[in-house]
Design a protein around this ligand. Structure first.
Ligand code: PLP
Length: 411
């Protein structure tokens, strides 16, 4: 433990000083983190969904150093550069039609803010300034900035302190806990009554991540989109966690090829190397939005764009579907049987995501230390012990991860 860190630096969702000590990472390579004290652990979290190719990857390193020789950064106001152009071309190509316009920003939360602004400006410019509210499903997570927080699950403890000062939006039943027809009926009733005030629906496709760690039937997306269209409400998908292969499809929306008006990407975009996000939309929406009122200082940072290009190439030229299927099968074989354990409420598996929901809250520090003793880094929160390893993880490394999970669950 580093004393200065402990005394002075905030960590995510933590106190300073933090009662739970942070581990110092000296370096990382392959799928492993090298921790102080000569401990080498497999990163079962991919640094929060992002490091899909593992660490210190020669191809990604090279992309950064080549860009570095040209320039690390230039402002994007009035200037452009090849790395941003290449990345935008790729994103337009690999995302479904008609997503043709790209806005780059620094983080997932900002990509969500931009999506919300696009939706509001779209209606404002058509003389419908009253359409500035959002509808979303319960149990969602869209980031930590104010606009993004306002569409996160309101009863999830993460942001409840701000409930009095956040703009109020519409929360409908989630298909991940409510039967789909009932969830759709709730959405339809809300749209019927309030669509005059609603700019857009925003939701995570198929996987509700940090807000509730649940999955739902992708058919919901098709029906929700149809209802939104019928009631003149835009449809925003937040693929910040699910994008780039994690669920077994390149984008989770491809389970049903749902049509989307605005799409948010982040996390995995740079293969976990740097912070970068993107908001994509259609020609028609971009044209109606006109001048988009947003422009981050580090917009389309060249280093981040260069490594994003390399990461997407690496992914698309790898047998990623086979890797995800292999990881999923391993989770079914090794983690699904944990359902029998009395302390386990549920086990949920999809693609390269494995979630153990315990009956009670997990003691984070104790569990984390046990996991480290078993060679694995995981970051449990609440009742959830979950893993989404780099796609390059080998079968032997996967066994180390699932064995460590079994050890702490069965303890
Ligand atoms: C992580 C996440 C965000 C926020 O991204 P940051 O880069 O942390 O700001 C938004 N939406 C979803 C679905 C996420 O998983």
């Amino acid at each position: 433990m580093n004393t200065f860190d402990h005394q002075h630096i905030w960590h995510p969702y933590a106190k300073v000083p933090n009662p739970i000590k942070s581990h110092t990472v000296l370096s990382a390579d392959g799928v492993c983190l090298n921790l102080e004290g000569d401990r080498r652990v497999i990163d079962g979290m991919s640094s929060w969904w992002s490091a899909i190719h593992g660490y210190n990857h020669p191809v990604l390193n090279q992309a950064v150093t080549e860009q570095l020789k040209k320039m690390a950064h230039v402002m994007f106001g009035g200037l452009t550069h090849q790395s941003a152009i290449d990345l935008a071309k790729t994103l337009v190509t690999i995302t479904p039609e008609p997503l043709n316009k790209v806005f780059f920003s620094d983080s997932g939360s900002v990509a969500v803010e931009v999506a919300l602004k696009m939706a509001c400006q779209y209606w404002y410019n058509q003389g419908k300034a009253d359409k500035h509210k959002f509808v979303t499903i319960q149990g969602g997570y869209h980031g930590d900035t104010f606009g993004a927080m306002s569409v996160c699950d309101p009863s999830n403890s993460m942001h409840h302190v701000f409930s009095g000062i956040l703009p109020q939006h519409f929360f409908v039943k989630s298909p991940s806990v409510t039967p789909m027809d009932e969830a759709l009926a709730d959405l339809e009733a809300t749209l019927k009554q309030h669509s005059g005030a609603i700019a857009a629906m925003i939701l995570e496709p198929v996987v509700q991540g940090a807000g509730s760690m649940r999955f739902y039937n992708p058919q919901y997306l098709l029906k929700a989109k149809a209802l939104c269209k019928q009631h003149q409400v835009l449809f925003i998908l937040d693929e910040i966690a699910t994008g780039f292969g994690r669920t077994g499809e390149l984008f989770a929306l491809e389970y049903v090829d749902v049509e989307v008006d605005i799409l948010c990407l982040g996390k995995t975009l740079t293969g976990g190397y740097m912070t970068l996000a993107a908001t994509l939309t259609t020609d028609e929406i971009a044209q109606t939005v006109g001048t988009l009122m947003h422009g981050p200082t580090f917009m389309a940072n060249p280093l981040a764009c260069a490594v994003a290009n390399a990461s997407i190439n690496l992914l698309l030229n790898s047998p990623w579907q086979d890797n995800i299927a292999r990881i999923e099968k391993h989770f079914y074989d090794e983690l699904a049987p944990l359902k029998q354990n009395d302390k386990v409420a549920d086990v949920r598996i999809l693609g390269a995501i494995g979630i153990i929901e315990m009956v009670s809250d997990i003691e984070v520090e104790k569990t984390q230390n046990q996991l480290i003793d078993n060679g694995v880094w995981l970051r449990p929160y609440g009742k959830f012990l979950y893993t989404m390893p780099p796609f390059t993880v080998t079968d032997d490394e996967l066994s180390i991860v699932t064995n460590a999970i079994k050890v702490v669950v069965n303890k």
